[in-house]
Design a binder for this molecule. Structure first.
Ligand SMILES: C[S@@+](CC[C@H](N)C(=O)[O-])C[C@H]1O[C@@H](n2cnc3c(N)ncnc32)[C@H](O)[C@@H]1O
Length: 302
């Protein structure tokens, strides 16, 4: 197998600022990722909310932490589902380092104020790591959500340990991320063999399970969130690839300008693997459909 490790031009997408957000947007539009997560949340959060095992006085609020809330689309569904008869008042601490995302989230909350009545938002334009450095030592949360953001919290074991520490007894930590045995998991395993940097950015649900096992953090349940994306455009020759095809390929490989910057032999090998049954299947018109399944990992603190 050819490798990309000798190429200095392979740049991690996560460090590319707005370019990362543009690539994420193309993938999100193609896959309906956020819609699928919202559907999953709509179906599953009510039962999870009922199972939060904390006794709150009538006037106390459920303490909720969102790590990397983004534009708030998935968070607002989760918060609306948590707001039921048992939890009519919520204090939601929203951690989102990107100011643009944060403003989009705040605009959404204004638009959806009727649905979110009872939620008191505490906005923090911070990373999780910055938050931990300034958080009050004894602050605990009854529900913590980490929706597609665990990749960016630095060392995985440290991040999980800290998330578990700030979870109240009886509370729930919900982490959603790409599934280890889905298309991303397999592609990243293949890609990581060649790009031996930034391992933490390529984490999947298999890594979370292993990290929890090593630290005796109990996983109560896991559920697959089915997501797929037509990636036929990624297979056009580099000179003819469309802007969206290019960005999709960058998002899948989590590298910048993969089609132009990766060594040609390595690019061809990776595309062959990407087009194989390990990562994709064929649609009714022969289109190449990527298996973008995510997994929800539900951790309860006893
Ligand atoms: C893939 S997006 C997911 C956003 C949202 N949760 C969703 O599901 O659409 C990842 C988010 O994590 C944020 N993020 C990146 N690094 C972070 C960090 N160190 N701490 C907290 N959030 C971070 C990004 O700004 C981005 O909004």
């Amino acid at each position: 197998m050819a490798t990309a490790s000798s190429s200095p031009s392979i740049q991690d997408l996560s460090d590319s600022g707005d370019y990362y957000l543009t690539a994420l947007d193309v993938y999100d539009r193609g896959s309906g990722r956020i819609r699928r997560i919202c559907e999953w949340a709509g179906e599953n959060i009510p039962a999870l909310a009922d199972s939060i095992d904390v006794s709150l006085s009538k006037d106390s609020a459920l303490n909720v932490l969102s790590v990397g809330g983004g534009d708030g689309m998935s968070d607002s569904t989760i918060l609306a589902r948590l707001l039921d008869r048992t939890h009519p008042r919520i204090r939601a601490v929203i951690l989102e380092p990107d100011s643009h995302m944060m403003h989009q989230y705040q605009d959404l909350v204004k638009k959806e104020s009727a649905k979110l009545q009872g939620v008191n938002f505490d906005w923090r334009q911070q990373t999780f790591q910055e938050y931990l450095a300034t958080a009050e030592e004894d602050e605990k949360f009854h529900f913590i959500s980490c929706i597609s953001s665990i990749y960016y919290l630095g060392d995985l074991e440290v991040a999980l340990k800290r998330l578990y520490e700030i979870l109240a007894a009886g509370g729930i930590l919900l982490v959603t991320l790409v599934k280890g045995d889905g298309g991303f998991g397999r592609l990243w395993q293949y890609h990581y063999k060649s790009v031996r940097t930034q391992k933490t950015r390529y984490i999947t649900s298999s890594d979370i399970k292993e990290a929890c096992r090593r630290q005796s953090i109990p996983i109560a349940d896991t559920q697959t969130i089915r997501i797929s994306c037509d990636i036929t455009a990624c297979f056009d020759p580099p000179q003819q690839i469309s802007k969206d095809g290019d960005l999709l390929l960058d998002f899948l490989t989590h590298t910048v300008n993969f089609s132009r910057n990766a060594p040609a032999v390595y690019r061809d090998d990776l595309l062959q693997f990407l087009g194989s049954e390990a990562c994709t299947y064929r649609g009714s018109d022969g289109e190449v459909i990527f298996n973008g399944n995510n997994e929800a990992v539900i951790i309860r603190k006893q």
